[in-house]
Design a protein around this ligand. Structure first.
Ligand SMILES: Cc1ncc(COP(=O)(O)O)c(C=O)c1O
Length: 362
């Protein structure tokens, strides 16, 4: 069977070049005589893979020297607890901006460990916009302010120039679904985490960028494995790290660098997203669900307004080689996730199919 255009929200499509490179090295990596999957994480060969992955990620993200990069397990969801247990330990207060399910889950987790407060929410309009947040809304003694930078389910995003102005309060961001997709200034954040399985690699690893002064202040109850210090002190090798996932991330970083780095990805992503949104804005059948100014570049939800027609679209698009366009179960309709690895040709194929569907079902 031919490869399809895979619009999955996660795990998601990886660049074909990355898969082919991995395939060519699967059985025997370099002159190691074994697969990366079979190597000791203490071996010289794996140490080089880890160091390269770290250096490339640092370079691509423009990470300043006063930040540490960690490759952890437990996915994005583990960070909901880790952030709270490690960072909410000065004044035991944290402020959350609720822009969808993932921010709500992070908030609920933090509320188990201290005084977490929802300072803004877009729940009133089914999370179809990003709420405006002014500095007065934040508690001056909050240990951090938390955002989900890109809302995978609802398709909204905090733009790089639209981040909450938190002053001296560390800003924490979940970038699981928009990491490496456009340029964010890392120095504006205390911590950025991203589960790899959408835009960075396979499931199993979560990359954390943390300002060094925020390491080492975890609550006493924090399990050793959930303490950032444990992993920072041991270069992400306190225990066996997700070696193969880290290796694939390294290949993805090399691919992103070859495309011209994050600025080049941003330009392509903006072009891809603009094409799709432009079609949606002019279609008589399909409608985007998000206010234009807060639209995600990565996740594009849309509806016809008719549940039966939505279901028919999902079924027929799958038969046409456009996979995973069904919307999240909590939202319905459709969602096209167009991460870095989705080529322009995939977006064009989707638009062509939508046009045809619209003609046939007038
Ligand atoms: C923005 C965001 N944060 C967190 C998560 C949870 O990630 P994980 O499944 O790795 O725990 C997801 C998963 O889709 C997500 O989209």
């Amino acid at each position: 069977m031919e490869r399809v255009y895979n619009f999955s929200a996660g795990p998601s499509a990886l660049p074909v070049e990355v898969l082919e490179k991995a395939a060519s090295e699967l059985v025997n990596y370099g002159d190691a005589g074994m697969s990366v999957m079979e190597m000791s994480h203490r071996s010289d060969a794996f140490k080089v893979i880890l160091a390269d992955a770290k250096a490339l990620y640092k370079e691509l993200m423009g990470v300043p020297d006063n930040y540490e990069i960690l490759f952890l397990q437990g996915g994005g969801s583990m960070q909901f607890a880790m952030v709270a247990m490690n960072l909410m330990n000065k004044n035991h207060k944290s402020d959350y901006i609720l822009t969808g399910n993932w921010a709500k889950k992070a908030y609920a987790e933090a509320a188990r460990y201290g005084d977490a407060k929802a300072i803004a929410s877009s729940a009133d309009k089914t999370f179809t916009y990003i709420p405006k947040v002014t500095p007065e809304m934040m508690r001056k003694d909050a240990d951090y302010v938390y955002i989900c930078a890109n809302n995978t389910i609802y398709g909204t995003r905090f733009k790089p120039d639209g981040l909450p102005q938190t002053g001296n309060i560390p800003l924490i961001a979940d970038m699981s679904s928009n990491i490496l997709s456009e340029v964010y200034d890392v120095s504006k954040f205390g911590l950025i985490f991203a589960g790899a399985q959408k835009n960075m690699g396979p499931a199993g690893v979560c990359a954390v960028i943390i300002r060094k002064d925020l390491i080492g202040n975890a609550m006493d109850i924090t399990p050793t494995m959930l303490n950032y210090k444990t992993h920072a002190d041991n270069d992400s090798c306190f225990n066996t790290p997700p070696c193969y996932s880290i290796y694939i991330c390294k290949l993805v970083y090399e691919w992103v660098k070859k495309q011209g780095g994050v600025p080049a990805m941003e330009a392509i992503n903006k072009e891809k997203a603009a094409k799709l949104y432009d079609y949606l804005d002019n279609s008589k059948m399909f409608h985007g669900t998000v206010v234009p100014e807060d639209r995600s570049l990565m996740n594009v939800p849309f509806v016809t307004g008719n549940k039966d027609l939505d279901a028919q679209f999902v079924k027929e698009s799958k038969a046409a080689g456009l996979e995973n366009l069904k919307g999240h179960r909590t939202v319905g309709g459709m969602r096209a996730s167009i991460y870095n690895a989705m080529p322009m040709a995939g977006v064009e194929a989707l638009i062509d199919f939508m046009k045809k569907f619209e003609m046939e079902n007038k």
